[in-house]
Write a protein that binds this ligand. Structure first.
Ligand SMILES: Nc1ncnc2c1ncn2[C@@H]1O[C@H](COP(=O)(O)OP(=O)(O)O)[C@@H](O)[C@H]1O
Ligand SMILES: [Mg+2]
Length: 448
C-alpha cells in the first residue's frame, strides 16, 4: 500500500482516465469504422437504384465500372447475373458468381478474395451485381476510424500531466506547513496560522494548535514549579547560612572550625546553584522585556569590573577591542547576565596566566561580539550539549552548577541572539571562542 496521498491520488486519477480513454477511444473507433462501411454500402445501393431508374441497356456480359485514374482496387464493378455470357472468363474483372444470389447486400468469396456485393433485379428484367473488394473498403474505414480517435488519444498525456500538476499543487500547502513547523525553534509553541490553509486541513492544524497550547501550559507549569521550588529553598538555606556564621563566632576548636568552613562553602555552593536555577526559570518564563538602546562597550566594562578580582587572582590578561559608539536594541539586564556568564566561564576555565580577547564589531544591521580565551576549550562533540542545563565537562574541578550556558541560551533565544562556538586556535583544537550576533539598534533610535 502506497502511503503517499499524492501518489495515490495521481495513480487513481491516471488509472481512471486511462480506462475512460480506452473505452471512449474504442467506441469512437468502432462507430467511425461502422459509419464508413455503412457509407460504402449506401454508395453501392445508390448506384444500383440509379441504374434501375435510368433504364439503361446493359451489355450481355457486364462491364467494369470506375472512372479513369481511379484506384483500380477501389473500383465498383457492375456485372449481370443472368446474361448469356454469365460465368465466362473472358472479362478479366468479372467474378464467377452463382445466378441465384438473393437480392440485397452480401459478402462473397471469389477468386480467393472477399467482395461486398449488392444484387438487384432491375424493373426491366435483368439481374445485376455491383461489387467492391472488401480489403480496400476496410482500409479506408480503418484510416477514417484512426483519424477520428487520434486527436483524442493525443490529449490523454496532456490530461495526465495536468492531473499530476494539480495534485502536487493541491498538496503544496501541506508540504509548506511541515516545512514551517520544522523551521521553528524548540521553544516556539505559538499557534500555527490557519487562515491561509485549505479548509480540509484546517481541523488538523487546529488540533495541532490545541496540542501546542497544552504543551505550552505544561511547560510553563513545570518552569513555575522549578522557580517556586528554588524560591522556597532560599529561605531555609539563608537561615542555615546564618546559623553557620553564628557557630563560627562561638569559639570552636581547630578541627570543628575546619569542618565548619567546609560546611559553609557547601552552603555557599548550594546558594549559587539556587540563584542560577531561579535565574534560569525566570528567564525562561518571563516575556521578553522592553528593548532599550544599550552601549556594548559600557556593558562589557560593567561586567568586567565585577569579575576583576577573580581575573587578578589568576593573573589573567583581558583585552577589549570595542568601538565606543556601537549600540544594540535589547534588554540590558539580560545582556548583563549573558556577558557575565560567558566571561565568568572564560576566566574560570582558563589556566592562570592565560589571555582573554573581547572584540566588538559593527556589521550591517547587526553587532558581532567575540570572546576568545586560550584555555583548553570544549571538544567539538560537546558544543551543543554544554548549553543543556546541568551539563558540565568531565573532570571539571571548578565549582559550578552547569546552568550558566543554559541561562545564556534561554536569553539568546528570546532576544534573537545567534550564538556559535569555535576553537580560538583551530590548528591545536584548543581555546574557546564564542561569537554572539546581536541585532543592531535601529539607526533612528536616539542614543542616550
Ligand atoms: N571558556 C571555557 N573554556 C572551557 N570550558 C568551558 C568554557 N566555558 C564553559 N566550559 C565548559 O562548559 C560547562 C558548562 O558551562 P556552564 O553552563 O557555564 O556551567 P558551569 O560553569 O556552572 O559549570 C562548564 O562546566 C565547562 O566544562
Ligand atoms: Mg559557568
Amino acid at each position: 500500500m502506497i502511503s503517499s496521498l499524492q501518489w495515490r491520488l495521481s495513480l487513481t486519477l491516471t488509472g481512471a482516465i486511462l480506462l475512460v480513454a480506452i473505452g471512449a477511444g474504442w467506441l469512437g473507433f468502432k462507430s467511425a469504422y461502422d459509419d464508413t462501411i455503412g457509407l460504402q454500402d449506401d454508395l453501392l445501393m445508390q448506384v444500383g437504384s440509379l441504374l434501375d431508374r435510368l433504364e439503361v441497356t446493359l451489355p450481355e456480359e457486364g462491364l467494369v465500372g470506375g472512372y479513369p485514374g481511379a484506384d483500380h482496387e477501389f473500383r465498383i464493378t457492375l456485372q449481370r447475373l443472368d446474361g448469356p455470357g454469365r460465368g465466362s472468363t473472358s472479362g478479366q474483372h468479372l467474378l464467377a458468381l452463382p445466378a441465384d444470389l438473393p437480392d440485397g447486400l452480401q459478402t462473397v468469396l471469389a477468386h480467393g478474395e472477399y467482395f461486398r456485393l449488392y444484387v438487384r433485379t432491375l424493373r426491366s428484367g435483368p439481374r445485376i451485381a455491383l461489387s467492391q473488394e472488401t480489403d480496400v473498403r476496410d482500409q479506408i474505414a480503418y484510416r477514417n476510424a484512426w483519424r477520428a480517435v487520434l486527436p483524442f488519444l493525443a490529449l490523454v498525456p496532456l490530461l495526465l500531466l495536468v492531473i499530476h500538476r494539480l495534485v502536487r499543487g493541491l498538496l503544496a500547502p501541506v508540504n509548506m506547513l511541515s516545512q514551517e513547523i520544522d523551521r521553528r525553534r524548540d521553544d516556539d509553541l505559538q499557534a500555527i496560522a490557519t487562515t491561509t490553509l485549505p479548509r480540509e486541513i484546517q481541523p488538523f492544524v487546529e488540533a495541532i494548535n490545541r496540542l501546542l497550547e497544552r504543551v505550552a501550559y505544561t511547560l510553563a507549569a513545570q518552569r513555575r514549579f522549578v522557580a517556586d521550588a528554588a524560591h522556597e529553598l532560599r529561605t531555609p538555606l539563608t537561615a542555615l547560612s546564618l546559623q553557620a556564621e553564628r557557630l563560627e563566632q562561638s569559639g570552636l576548636t581547630g578541627d570543628a572550625r575546619q569542618r565548619l568552613a567546609r560546611l559553609r562553602s557547601g552552603i555557599e555552593r548550594a546558594k549559587t546553584l539556587l540563584h542560577q536555577l531561579l535565574t534560569l526559570a525566570r528567564t525562561q518564563a518571563a516575556a521578553p522585556r522592553e528593548n532599550a538602546v544599550v552601549a556594548v562597550r559600557a556593558l562589557i566594562r560593567q561586567v568586567l569590573e565585577s569579575l576583576l578580582p577573580l581575573a587578578q587572582q589568576k593573573n589573567i590578561d583581558i583585552s577589549v577591542d570595542a568601538p565606543e559608539d556601537v549600540h544594540i536594541a535589547s534588554s540590558e539586564l539580560e545582556l548583563l547576565l549573558v556577558l557575565n556568564n560567558l566571561l565568568d566561564n572564560a576566566i574560570r576555565y582558563t589556566p592562570a596566566g592565560g589571555h582573554i580577547d573581547i572584540t566588538v564589531r559593527q556589521q550591517p544591521g547587526q553587532v558581532r561580539v567575540v570572546i576568545a580565551d586560550d584555555g583548553p576549550g570544549i571538544p567539538m562533540a560537546q558544543w551543543q550539549q554544554v548549553f543543556e542545563p546541568f551539563y558540565r565537562l568531565n573532570g571539571n574541578q571548578e565549582p559550578g552548577s552547569g546552568l550558566g550556558l543554559a541561562i545564556v541560551k534561554a536569553i539568546a533565544d528570546r532576544l534573537h541572539i545567534d550564538i556559535s562556538l569555535a576553537f580560538s586556535d583551530p590548528d591545536q583544537g584548543s581555546g574557546l571562542q564564542i561569537s554572539l550576533i546581536l541585532p543592531a539598534a535601529a539607526a533612528a533610535t536616539p542614543v542616550p
